[in-house]
Ligand binder design. Structure first.
Ligand code: DC
Length: 220
């Protein structure tokens, strides 16, 4: 049996995860949030007091890191060295750390291997930055989501507030997003790019339900 992948790439806050979850739910296939894996690596660097930009230190750290992904009732859980860190990886400081370590090739190699392994023998929708360009260049459908940075910051802030984070301002979130946009698109290893065969959708002005319908309309 042939299995297929759906790639949803784009910058942070463009709506990737909500849409990928919607697609997975509609098609009854697995959803893999690849950003969560890089976040787990970033969190490990924070916990061990490593400079997230120090390639040598991060390489050492990656030698004995253990990341596992499980799914319970349709929710993805991320385990770092045996501990469920699914909530912790969403905290503000972890975003920048994830972006930093994700620029280091050995981190990318380990995460891409894991993503391909988890996807084996399944139909799967993955969201990230390099799914259509690197992880699954042969994906059946490729989407590239974009949205204005200000709108993405507004959405992220709302998400954080809903999780009970109250000490982060709109300016903090916007700065975070701009920092990551710059770093994620300019790094040498698998930068965020729209591949030629990806369908681009601008989510700045359209609501999530409408975007999901649009996305599903391309999937036959
Ligand atoms: O999607 P996210 O915001 O949870 O991702 C966190 C960081 O991880 C993001 O700034 C860049 C990195 N990332 C990546 O390099 N490649 C992916 N496929 C997913 C995320």
């Amino acid at each position: 049996m042939e299995y297929y992948q759906i790639a949803i790439d784009g910058p942070s806050g463009s709506g990737k995860s909500t849409l990928a979850k919607g697609v997975a739910n509609k098609l009854q296939i697995l959803y893999l949030d690849t950003g969560a894996m890089y976040r787990a690596c970033g969190l490990k660097a924070i916990k061990t007091g490593i400079d997230t930009k120090d390639t040598e230190e991060v390489e050492k750290m990656m030698k004995d890191i253990k990341i596992d992904i499980t799914h319970e009732d349709g929710e993805q859980h991320v385990w770092l060295d045996g501990e469920d860190v699914s909530k912790e990886i969403r905290m503000p400081g972890v975003s920048v750390a994830a972006s930093d370590v994700s620029a280091i090739p050995c981190v990318r190699e380990a995460m891409v291997d894991l993503q391909r392994k988890i996807s084996e023998g399944k139909n799967v929708v993955l969201d990230g930055r390099d799914i259509g360009s690197k992880v699954f260049p042969g994906a059946k459908y490729k989407f590239f989501l974009v949205a204005a940075a200000e709108e993405r910051a507004r959405r992220r802030l709302l998400e954080l507030q809903q999780k009970g984070v109250t000490d982060t301002t709109y300016e903090d979130v916007l700065r975070d997003i701009q920092y990551r946009d710059q770093q994620d698109t300019t790094r040498a290893a698998s930068p965020l790019v729209k591949v030629e065969d990806a369908i681009e959708i601008d989510t700045t002005k359209i609501g999530i339900d409408e975007t999901l319908d649009l996305l599903l309309s391309y999937i036959k």
